[in-house]
Design a protein around this ligand. Sequence first.
Ligand code: 13P
Ligand code: SF4
Length: 344
Amino acid sequence: MSLERTAATEIAPATTELLADLAPIYDRMSRVVPEVEWRIHAPYIAEILRWREERNAVILAHNYQSPEIFHGIADYRGDSLGLAQFGARTDAEVIVLCGVHFMAETAAILSPEKTVLIPDVKAGCSLAESITGADIRLLKERHPGVPVVTYVNTSADVKAESDICCTSANAVEVVESLGVDKVIFLPDEFLGQWVASQTDVELILWKGHCEVHERFTGEEIKAYRAQDPSIYVLAHPECPQDVLAEADFVGSTSAMIQGVERSGASRVVMITECSMSDNVSVNFPQVDFVRPCNLCPHMQRITLPKVLEALQNLEHRVVVDPATSERARSAVARMLEVGRGPRG
Ligand code: 13P
Ligand code: SF4
């Protein structure tokens, strides 16, 4: 074991001086992180910020990351599309992706010359697991000439077989950008059903689901409304159709944040991964957030000690083989040209 590797586990407890130095960072999250927990996080945050500079690294955090990561160490926070856009334009040598594997892989596809790190390689995604490149090849044989639109929540192999990628922030615009009557849309069936309800383009769907969003039900939303008819309901399009039918607003994780602001509501419920309500509530002290707690077990694998080890040891490096990467890059780059839709 190298000396660098032992450093993360032997971190010194927080001193009064360290807590004073980091007080402006704690101020950002004090509403959702108790002081007793902050004393444990603070020494890791101080070390991570030091190593971030040492490595000329940037830290990207998805909206579902826990508050100490989201508010404590991230240079950029956002949805899948925002992370891909930021990763493509940063000058940093190292990108640490606090999110799940497909997000880090997308960054590696867009920036093969950079060192892209994921703090835990097991941070996967049930949607990415639901389909392989071989599945897409079979679908293309069955539907010759029909273009393939692939959600970014997929592996590089799957992206390499696709014509264009999309995220929940631009799925409708991406589908319509192709100017065709019919597309194969993969792998999220619920996102596909929602896109189909917003466009005249016919979608051939796959039965992939997000293990977090598929658990919500329309009955749950009705129960929130029965308790408080003025509650504003925002849902992610990975939710089943009966949930989306009950929502006031449907959009990507970043669009949901804007939706809270625009709604002017005093009570909201975000039908999505529950760390997000903690992160967002910090910026809306006047809003009461009802928090249905469905956590994404993959997102929660990322912790401060693992981020520190990633920076110290430059691991776990996400590398995509050059041939796959080049084919996948054209599908991701084509999506970036479409950009963010009006609802994204
Ligand atoms: P967003 O692109 O909306 O951030 O969603 C990513 C995701 O994994 C949702 O479960
Ligand atoms: Fe994948 Fe669902 Fe987790 Fe998002 S919340 S990363 S779609 S398993």
